[in-house]
Design a binder for this molecule. Structure first.
Ligand SMILES: [Zn+2]
Length: 190
């Protein structure tokens, strides 16, 4: 998840938040940290193996093909041709959102920094993972799948969840992805 080691102690906390949010939608997530060693920052979600890469980047990339607004928190790249799909989350946008919402600047040496940052990161990742599973589904009117991801929701100390309709969409989307995978021949080993 964190090939640039922006938040080395926080990635597992963030992953725990993602696992909790997806778990509330009856989707179990499993994390494979081996991708961190080769810079791919790979996360793996199950069941029946639908794999996603989750990558924490310092800031949103500019340049052709991205077209992201400043302060975008995260984005999903789903390309059915080249697997696996990827979720990118942008560290600087997350920390500046936290600074704004708490009206004070954040210092990395502050031990209070890690928990809230990891929680926000986890929520942004969960939102983007949901988009990766159901890319055609529009945003919800409540819960974690709302458009724009309100700072109050991301930083809330209480648990937040994906609304029920989106949870159903996610379960259906995941079974579809898994059945598509089952119907495809295994990729050749080069
Ligand atoms: Zn969204």
């Amino acid at each position: 998840m964190d090939p640039h080691e922006l938040l080395p102690a926080g990635e597992r906390w963030a992953a725990k938040e993602v696992t909790r949010i997806l778990g509330a939608a009856d989707i179990s997530a499993r994390w494979d940290w081996s991708g961190n060693n080769n810079g791919n920052g790979e996360g793996v979600s199950k069941p029946r193996e639908h794999r996603l890469r989750v990558v924490l980047l310092p800031s949103e990339p500019s340049g052709p093909g991205w077209g992201l607004a400043a302060s975008t928190l995260g984005t999903t790249v789903v390309d059915r041709v080249s697997a696996p799909p990827a979720v990118y989350v942008f560290y600087r946008s997350v920390t500046s959102l936290l600074s704004r919402s708490q009206r004070r600047s954040r210092n990395l040496s502050d031990p209070c920094f890690l928990g809230p940052t990891s929680r926000v990161l986890g929520r942004v990742v969960a939102h983007e993972v949901a988009h990766a599973i159901a890319p055609a589904q529009p945003h919800a009117s409540s819960g974690l799948m709302q458009a724009g991801l309100a700072p109050a929701l991301l930083t809330a100390k209480h648990d937040v969840a994906i609304d029920e309709q989106w949870q159903r969409v996610l379960r259906a989307g995941l079974s579809q992805l898994c059945s598509e995978r089952a119907g495809r021949p295994a990729p050749a080993d080069h």
